[in-house]
Design a protein. Structure first.
Length: 321
């Protein structure tokens, strides 16, 4: 057996281990949310307020903390390349979403939701640990840069997707685009650019608040699942087809383009990992906030997250990443 094949086996083994640990955490949090809804500690009214807290308080704090904390690592060339790649990726993924809508014959009222779920993966809660396990602090820094572009797009493109089907004036609503999420992104970019020194105590508070994001979001996903009956949760065949295409075919098809434009192996692999991640928990948050089909979002998050346990190691093995 060659050293290369042993190395590939070790990578697959590490990725499976990290994914398994993250999935255990995810499912415990989802089960907690499910239980809290069933015993009526969380109700629909509470979920609305939790959504606002996550979107407009904890997420901006997470954006600021993740970017500022990882500044100073990495090289300028890799950083510039990754910025360009991330921007190009989020420009192309909406086109993939349009194709998915056509192939799966998605009803008009659900197209914006499917577009959102196609573009925005779970790059933070699941992506960060996998990248850190495989590539260490430098890889984590690059993932944080990727996540910064993600957050800018989710609070701009994501808002547009959620408003699709409305009037043009409502879709391109400047007031909705100027939100706390975008403010967090701008602050995260300005601080290192201007070399602003923030006291450690303040950064610890920001980090603590931001650290609540994934926990609260997954509890919210569990509560959304608890509001469904069994047929609603498992009876949508379109979601199954979508999951297979999204988790297997999309990353494999993306790899050719990734390798065409990115020559550095680590950057190419990190980009592939970001694409291969399951639907992000932001789908439920935005669906709740903008009165879209949060049940569709919750069951798709659940199914793609379970599938990711198999799909991500498989994709990395096939691509030799």
């Amino acid at each position: 057996m060659t050293m290369l094949s042993l190395h590939c086996q070790e990578i697959v083994r590490m990725s499976i281990t990290v994914l398994l640990l993250q999935m255990i955490k995810l499912f415990i949090l989802m089960c907690l949310g499910y239980l809290l809804y069933k015993v009526k500690i969380i109700d629909d009214h509470t979920r609305q307020h939790m959504t606002k807290v996550i979107l407009y308080v904890t997420t901006p704090a997470l954006i600021i903390n993740s970017f500022v904390e990882n500044m100073g690592t990495g090289n300028g060339s890799g950083l510039g390349t990754l910025f360009i790649v991330a921007i190009c990726l989020y420009a192309l993924l909406p086109l993939v979403g349009v194709i998915f809508n056509f192939v799966l014959r998605v009803p008009k009222e659900s197209r914006g939701m499917y577009m959102f779920m196609t573009v925005f993966s779970n790059v933070g809660f699941m992506g960060f640990p996998v990248v850190e396990a495989l590539y260490g602090s430098l890889g984590l820094f690059y993932a944080a840069v990727f996540n910064c572009i993600f957050n800018i797009c989710v609070f701009t493109l994501g808002v547009v997707f959620m408003n699709s089907g409305n009037s043009v004036r409502e879709v391109i609503n400047i007031k909705k685009l100027l939100n706390p999420g975008i403010a967090g992104c701008l602050i995260a970019l300005i601080i290192p650019m201007l070399k602003i020194r923030i006291p450690d105590t303040i950064m610890e508070v920001i980090g603590s608040v931001g650290g609540l994001t994934s926990t609260l979001a997954m509890i919210l996903v569990g509560a959304s699942l608890a509001s469904m009956n069994i047929r609603e949760m498992f009876g949508d065949s379109r979601v199954y087809f979508y999951t297979i295409i999204r988790q297997f075919l999309l990353p494999l098809a993306s790899w050719g383009l990734i390798k065409l434009f990115i020559k550095e192996e680590m950057l190419a692999s990190i980009t592939l990992i970001m694409v291969a991640m399951p639907v992000g928990n932001t789908a439920v948050l935005f669906a709740t906030e903008y009165n879209k089909d949060e049940k569709l979002a919750a069951r798709t998050i659940f199914l793609t997250t379970v599938t990711a346990m198999i799909s991500i190691p498989f994709v990395m093995w096939v691509c030799g990443s």
